[in-house]
Design a protein around this ligand. Structure first.
Ligand SMILES: [Zn+2]
Length: 255
């Protein structure tokens, strides 16, 4: 079921980890960000969009983790984008023939593995490294790329709608997950990413995390502060580090 969270911006929530697919209405169809997880959920989304007469004209994956790289044939054959680093990482990780089987066996939780269609996994085109906005016919969507959680991770700011799509940053249900691969100082990278998001927070009335609940302007600042406190605690050694590929729920009442 689609739910409107701002003018022309809707979300479709998955049963898996409260994942949010984001639909942005454009002139001739919609931009679909992180389409969803289970096949029946994406088919449901495709149906909803068909009933609204809104074809998908572009797709975007916020980062190269399996649960943000899926697609369903019912969504059509629109171009799917990611940052250049995201696309290069996907290409690299899917380069050997056993890659999808490995993802299914090692990364996707067994209880939903059969419901996750991998045939269209990761078929994204990398946008040139200096691309500022997603190329499509709709509200301008600014790409805010940063080094945190996964290579080429991007948050998106839908400027005219005051919506910040945070990817796997600023979740209220998952703890901050650092990108521990191929980066010298993942903690400083994460703090830098939070500063970058803080820089656009004033333009966001609505925050949509990749997993968790949608928040208002107050939540943008509150979650940045909470995640910064967590990452600083990591640096002090007060809490153990969790890699970006692991989804770990926040303990209840985690301040
Ligand atoms: Zn992720």
């Amino acid at each position: 079921m689609l739910r409107q969270v701002a003018e022309g911006v809707l979300i479709h929530e998955s049963e898996f980890c409260q994942s949010n697919a984001v639909v942005v209405q454009g002139r001739a169809g919609v931009l679909l960000i992180d389409p969803g997880v289970q096949g029946h959920e994406m088919a449901c989304l495709a149906n909803d969009l068909r009933e609204l007469g809104q074809p998908v004209v572009a797709g975007f994956s916020t980062h190269p983790h399996w649960d943000h790289l899926l697609w369903h044939a019912g969504l059509g054959a629109a171009p799917r984008y990611g940052t250049a680093r995201c696309a290069a990482t996907v290409r690299d990780r899917l380069s050997d023939p056993g890659a999808k089987a490995r993802i299914a066996a090692q990364l996707i939780p067994p209880d939903i593995a059969e419901q996750v269609p991998l045939d269209l996994l990761g078929l994204i085109t990398g946008l040139p490294a200096d691309t500022v906005r997603i190329p499509w016919d709709g509200p301008q969507v600014r790409i805010i790329e940063h080094q945190a959680h996964a290579p080429g991770h991007a948050a998106l700011l839908i400027e005219e709608r005051g919506v910040l799509v945070a990817g796997d940053m600023l979740s209220d249900v998952l703890i901050p997950m650092l990108d521990l691969n191929g980066t010298a100082d993942p903690i400083e990278d994460h703090l830098a990413a939070l500063r970058l998001l803080e820089g656009v927070a004033g333009d966001a009335d609505v925050l949509i995390p990749g997993h968790g609940s949608v928040g208002g302007a107050d939540q943008v600042h509150a979650r940045i502060e909470r995640d910064r406190a967590y990452v600083l605690a990591l640096r002090e050694g007060h809490v153990p580090v969790t890699p970006g590929s692991a989804h770990r729920l926040r303990p209840a009442g985690n301040g």
